[in-house]
Design a protein around this ligand. Structure first.
Ligand code: SAM
Length: 311
């Protein structure tokens, strides 16, 4: 594989340790990417262990299909469908560990043809699965100023969201924006103040990508389902890369590690009461990458690993 298009797995050692892998256990990698974490899990599994790895990107699946290992299964599916898959495979309540390494792989970012990069010119696409959904170019063309501005503000925390949205619509009225460079130039011209530490298009690209790939909805749906899929004692480990993702992960863990408060005098049996008063998850830890890792792999800079255990 070309060196530029190589993905270095983030917090690999910490992620593997967090899972406490059982040799003959069943594991799910929800975000296969180029398989760095999956391959590491396989090293720790015995001959009766199983690993199911998911990705929605056909290029990731092509990489997974090259792994010749009877313990390994690659699945072209979005991770919000984990529960359906687990039902079909009859592994509900049997899975020992589930991991999520959220966001984009370097393979996706560094391939100019995918349209994720504001540093290279390419078609303005940004779909993780280019066979599904709507491209960034089409979405910007059909959306109104207020929708675009709302998305840039809420999914990119872009303070100049309105100015950028108006500039995008003005351009689109003359000619549809079809390349990443066109969009970058529009953003550069629309922003009055430049931050020398951040590329002016970073927030807009993040916002559009999160929106068109429904990234936050995917995470919410998938996390709730993991509680049904895991065996008691099974672990869930999630690496997130920005505050919007991490907030969802954190809230999910906090909510499910709290005992329900039952109003005094509520008509309820003792069995029901005990069930309600038992939390579903135990929070294990929150870990950040070491300075050494950040130096070697700057992409890990904003990573946060959170782990919890099903009770
Ligand atoms: C950061 S990369 C994972 C890298 C991987 N851990 C490795 O070591 O190579 C994230 C991957 O998750 C995939 N992905 C993101 N959202 C997804 C979803 N909702 N369903 C399935 N795959 C998804 C992306 O296509 C990408 O390949």
């Amino acid at each position: 594989m070309n060196d530029i298009l190589k993905h270095i797995p983030v917090m690999k050692k910490e992620l593997i340790q967090s899972l406490k892998i059982k040799k003959n256990g069943i594991y799910i990698d929800s975000t296969f990417g180029s398989g760095g974490h999956s391959k590491e899990i396989l090293k720790y599994l015995g001959k009766n262990g199983t690993l199911y790895s998911f990705d929605k990107d056909p290029s990731a699946i092509a990489i997974g299909e090259n792994i010749q290992d009877s313990r390994f299964h690659i699945i072209h599916e979005k991770f919000s469908n984990l529960l359906n898959y687990a039902e079909n495979k009859k592994i509900i309540g049997k899975v020992n560990g589930i991991i999520f390494d959220l966001g984009l792989s370097s393979l996706q970012i560094d391939d100019y043809k995918r349209g994720f990069s504001f540093k290279q010119d390419g078609p303005l696409d940004m779909r993780m699965n280019p066979n599904c959904g709507i491209s960034a170019s089409d979405w910007l063309f059909k959306s109104d100023v207020h929708t675009i501005s709302y998305i840039l503000k809420n999914f990119g925390e872009e303070i100049f969201s309105k100015r950028i949205a108006y500039a995008i619509k003005n351009k689109n009225r003359q000619k549809k924006i079809t390349t990443t460079k066109e969009l970058v130039d529009i953003i550069k011209n629309a922003i009055p103040i430049k931050n020398k530490f951040k590329h002016p298009a970073k927030r807009t690209f993040q916002a559009i990508r999160i929106y068109i790939n429904e990234e936050l909805e995917e995470i919410k749906k998938a996390l709730n389902n993991t509680l049904k899929i895991l065996i008691p004692g099974g672990r869930i480990s999630i690496i997130s890369f920005h505050s919007l993702e991490d907030r969802i992960v954190k809230q999910f863990m906090i909510k499910n590690s709290r005992k329900a408060s039952v109003p005094y005098g509520m008509p309820i049996t003792e069995v029901q009461l005990n069930k309600l008063k038992t939390s579903k998850l135990k929070i294990i830890h929150r870990i950040l990458p070491t300075q050494n890792e950040i130096k070697k792999n700057p992409r890990s800079r904003s990573a946060i690993l959170r782990t919890a255990e099903k009770k």
